[in-house]
Design a protein around this ligand. Structure first.
Ligand SMILES: Cc1cc2nc3c(=O)[nH]c(=O)nc-3n(C[C@H](O)[C@H](O)[C@H](O)COP(=O)(O)O)c2cc1C
Length: 438
């Protein structure tokens, strides 16, 4: 059971929405991903709707390969704004909503991350959050003078130390270290400076951070990544986990596992909020919701669809897209290929039908506001989630639909706020304020 009354909500704004064909939707400006006003518009809507935070996932480079040839030319994910730059601009134009962006521990230095997020926390009056990821693609490695992406263990070992160093840097100064006494000429109290002098396996960082302690004490730490090593980092350091669970049983197992780990780090379950991703397609009727979903599905370019299947089934571009899925031979991940092929056989699917089935990224709900809120309420009340990171299929229509249809239903059931409770992200999330030394 969840002992919170209200759920937390984030709006994840990646590209033009999470559906691969979002950019082709008639209500979506195709150049939005490089247009500041496009993001500001949705951020303001999310703030008017009292969302806890806007959230930017990120990758440091073009990740897709051109398989099959030509598919990359159909991909809208080739041009986007850098999320921290974007956040600082949005921070200046909003006043209450939390501002969370992703930064990779594999392709940054801790000092950079500590300094930038501390600055955003100051600029925004305590609304910054860092989503800690380790990155996953080979393509990103090539942008950072490496031939290969770091292996799993090294990546997570580095991540664990990275987070530790960033926290030490954020703790360089006590809250009242800067006395700035014009009369005596003393700018800071030397007894309140704690230079990290970190020396570890991956990092040697003297510090201190050239920033005062931030309005939230430290920016909120979000963690995304589900495997063992990621869970340990989350249990020790994170305030929020952005997870991706597809069914309630798996989500509850994950929730209980993660909350169960906290005591080993002297923490209590309420100090970590678990927010799975969710893509809603909402309509005034079930048919309307289904139509919205189908409208996007029908916009998937065949080459983009073939790219979705490429990693599992190889190049199917030589086959009739509206014909049966062929029996392809040896594939890199045989078990996944066989699974997919058996679904195609069982349901007599064409290639087009199969890629449509695979096109939806995260967990999606299609229905009326009541249908969607029934599901969210069950996850929340039964202890599978403390809230949700909403991953709209397309923007801005995704936030418009959610605010207009889903939010009134959530509020009718007493599950979501009508006003912000605090001025900081930490406060709105209901996390206890940090005192120096926590
Ligand atoms: C819900 C979720 C969101 C993620 N978001 C990002 C992201 O925005 N950028 C990124 O580089 N990696 C992202 N990742 C990838 C993780 O940081 C990690 O590299 C990957 O999940 C492999 O680790 P794992 O096996 O622990 O999940 C995300 C992972 C999950 C589960």
């Amino acid at each position: 059971m969840n002992n919170r009354e209200m759920m937390r909500l984030g709006l994840s704004m990646r590209y033009l929405g999470y559906h691969t064909a979002a950019w082709r939707h008639p209500d979506v400006p195709a150049n939005g991903a490089i247009d500041f006003n496009y993001f500001l518009n949705s951020a303001r809507k999310a703030e008017a709707a009292k969302f806890d935070m806007i959230f930017f996932a990120d990758g440091v480079g073009v990740r897709a390969a051109d398989n099959p040839p030509g598919s990359l030319t159909r991909d809208s994910k080739n041009a986007e704004l850098e999320p921290l730059t974007l956040l600082s601009a949005i921070g200046a134009c909003t006043s209450r909503i939390g501002l969370v962006a992703t930064a990779s521990t594999t392709y940054n230095e801790p000092f950079h991350v500590a300094r930038k997020y501390a600055s955003i926390d100051h600029i925004s009056g305590g609304r910054a959050g860092w989503n800690v990821v380790t990155s996953w693609s080979q393509q990103e490695a090539w942008n950072f003078s490496r031939d290969e992406h770091l292996g799993y263990e090294e990546r997570y070992e580095r991540a664990a130390e990275f987070v530790e160093v960033v926290k030490k840097l954020w703790d360089s100064w006590e809250d009242d270290a800067f006395i700035r006494d014009k009369a005596s000429g003393v700018f800071y109290d030397a007894s309140k400076l704690h230079t990290p002098n970190h020396k570890g396996k991956h990092f040697k960082v003297r510090g201190p951070l050239n920033s005062a302690r931030t309005p939230q004490g430290r920016p909120v730490i979000v963690q995304a990544g589900a495997a063992e090593a990621g869970r340990e980092i989350a249990a020790e350091h994170a305030d929020v986990v952005y997870s991706s669970s597809y069914d309630i049983t798996a989500a509850k197992d994950y929730y209980n596992d993660l909350k169960g780990r906290l005591s080993r780090f002297g923490r209590v379950p309420d100090q970590l909020l678990i927010m799975p991703g969710l893509t809603p397609y909402v309509g005034r009727s079930r048919q309307e919701a289904q139509d919205k979903f189908e409208q996007l599905q029908d916009l998937i370019d065949p080459l983009s669809g073939l790219a979705i299947l490429y990693g599992t089934l190889g190049d199917l571009s030589g086959y009739d897209i509206d014909g049966p899925v062929p029996d392809v031979g040896n594939q890199p991940v045989r078990s996944i290929a066989e699974n997919l092929l058996s679904v195609a056989r069982r349901d007599n699917l064409t290639i087009r039908q199969l890629y449509k089935l695979r096109a939806s990224g995260g967990r999606q709900l299609i229905g009326t506001a009541e249908d969607i809120v029934d599901d969210m309420e069950q996850w929340f009340k039964e202890g599978a989630a403390d809230g949700f990171n909403i991953l709209p299929a397309a923007l801005p229509n995704g936030i418009d639909d959610f605010a207009e249809l889903v939010l009134p239903e959530l509020r009718k059931r007493g599950l979501f706020r009508s006003e912000y409770e605090a001025s900081t992200l930490r406060g709105n999330l209901g996390l206890k304020p940090l005192t120096y030394g926590d």
